[in-house]
Design a protein around this ligand. Structure first.
Ligand code: PRP
Length: 212
């Protein structure tokens, strides 16, 4: 059995469709139930839905052989897993945003609010900029509005949340997309199955790219 952790939600459903086309179907997965684990013995797969930010934990610890995680999670938590493939979906970017018209004063320590402290730390360290890090768990956009921070480091997809809060992107930190990841031991012992899946999905992505 190949154990696959999928991120619960729209991205997970899109990714499952890729796995299905790659020959790893599990029709019961699409039944509208509260079940979280689904098996198809014939194809040798067992899928489970987990919180998107938890996928890498399941894979790193071997509870899942492979899974799909956002590059943001991989950069933030640096799990000890193999990153096999960019699935070119779930695209967005990690960005620095600030109130419209904000001017950075390099002489002052910059107050940065974010959920992604590791990414922000690495980013500002690479620029040699002193910062005061403020870790928040959500609704990050409020921080600069209330004067809690100067800027935020957060995910921007459509840009709507920033716009509606009178904020704008001032720097892009890194582009983000969903990645196929594998547990290190599973990659060793289930190489053929994982490689087959990986190759089929890579071929799908290539075909999609050519028909664009
Ligand atoms: C994310 C992110 C932004 C928003 C960006 O929030 O933190 O708030 O999406 O998307 P947009 O550019 O399309 O508006 P999420 O919905 O994950 O919730 P959060 O507030 O808990 O971070």
């Amino acid at each position: 059995m190949l154990n696959i952790a999928l991120p619960k939600g729209r991205l997970g459903e899109r990714v499952y469709a890729m796995f299905e086309r790659a020959g790893f179907a599990c029709p019961t997965l699409l039944e509208n139930t509260r079940k979280l684990i689904f098996e198809n013995e014939e194809c040798g797969v067992r899928y489970f839905w987990v919180k998107p930010s938890d996928v890498a934990i399941y894979v790193e610890r071997g509870a899942a052989d492979i899974g799909v995680a956002g590059k943001d999670i991989l950069l933030e938590y640096e799990p000890d897993v193999y990153e096999l493939l960019d699935l070119c979906t779930g695209k967005c970017r990690m960005a620095v945003a600030a109130p419209v018209g904000f001017r950075d004063d390099p002489a002052r320590t910059l107050k940065v609010a974010t959920k992604f402290t590791n990414i922000a730390q690495n980013y500002y360290a690479s620029k040699g900029r002193d910062i005061d890090m403020i870790h928040l768990n959500g609704s990050i956009e409020i921080a600069p509005i209330l004067g809690l921070s100067d800027v935020i480091v957060d995910i921007v997809e459509t840009g709507t949340t920033l716009k509606e809060n009178n904020l704008e992107v001032i720097e892009t930190v890194v582009p983000i997309s969903a990645r196929l990841i594998a547990n290190r031991a599973a990659w060793k012992f289930k190489t053929e199955q994982i490689q087959t899946l990986c190759d089929h999905i890579a071929m799908q992505l290539q075909t999609e790219e050519q028909t664009k």
